[in-house]
Write a protein that binds this ligand. Sequence first.
Ligand SMILES: [Zn+2]
Length: 332
Amino acid sequence: MVSYKELGLVNTKEMFAKAIKGGYAIPAFNFNNMEQLQAIIKAAAETKSPVILQVSKGARNYANQTLLRYMAQGAVEYAKELGWEKPQICLHLDHGDSFELCKSCVDFGFSSVMIDASSLPYEENIALTKKVVDYAHQYDVTVEAELGVLAGVEDEVSSAVSHYTKPEEVVDFATRTGCDSLAISIGTSHGAYKFTPEQCTRDPKTGRLVPPPLAFDVLDAIMEQLPGFPIVLHGSSSVPQEYVDMINQYGGKLPDAVGIPEEQLRKAAKSAVCKINIDSDSRLAFTAAVRKVFAEKPGEFDPRKYCGPARDLMEELYKHKIINVLGSDGKA
Ligand SMILES: [Zn+2]
């Protein structure tokens, strides 16, 4: 048993309480490799933003759960070296799908876990979430749960259609499970293709797809039921068109990739939404930078020469999100 406290990590309790009060949201960035982690920590340290490092099922399969945990431990020390005296870094399990997995993360030094039982019938979702909460809370580890179903594909989490969270269920769910935060479905979606062209309109000037707006009425109804309760948005990448264009310009093929407009995320961040998950955007930045190097310098074969620019572009992206979208800069 390793407590996250020994590793210098923090859980989400205080982060979320401050974020709701202050009208901003904490960035939750997924990481799978060293360059991504370096970029996240540098961006957070330089902007003094609290940050949540997320480990998904795909990341565990790709990079190994044990290695990722030690990398997060290293990230705390790296942050201190960068001059961040008291780093506010949370290590979070993204989309945990069983009690055993959540328990293993709690036992191994994660400071927060998500149990995603949203695909189960309501009563089963409650039972499994409560079981995880009862265990995690013994060690002061915070638990995120999910109600409602997001569309899209994220690693091994996928669904063809979304079902909005039902506001009339949230009080019963939060009370009976004791969860610390709730991921809801209001129209965000996993992946880089969040909406089909049929769901969108087209901007006549640019020819780009304009996605349907998020269901802010559902969010408002949920906040009315659970005043001041931490709400989480998954699938909240914006799929920046500059990266999509760069990828396509340098030999890639991402037709009609579309995300959540930053304007809408900015609005959400000011509400009880206090954690916003961003993964696809950094994948796009990484890919765009690598493709550019490969196209311009075909003779390059030193991975540092293309992973380096990828890391720089991701860092720029993370800072932009922190400062211009979530408003979490200067809060840690
Ligand atoms: Zn998710």
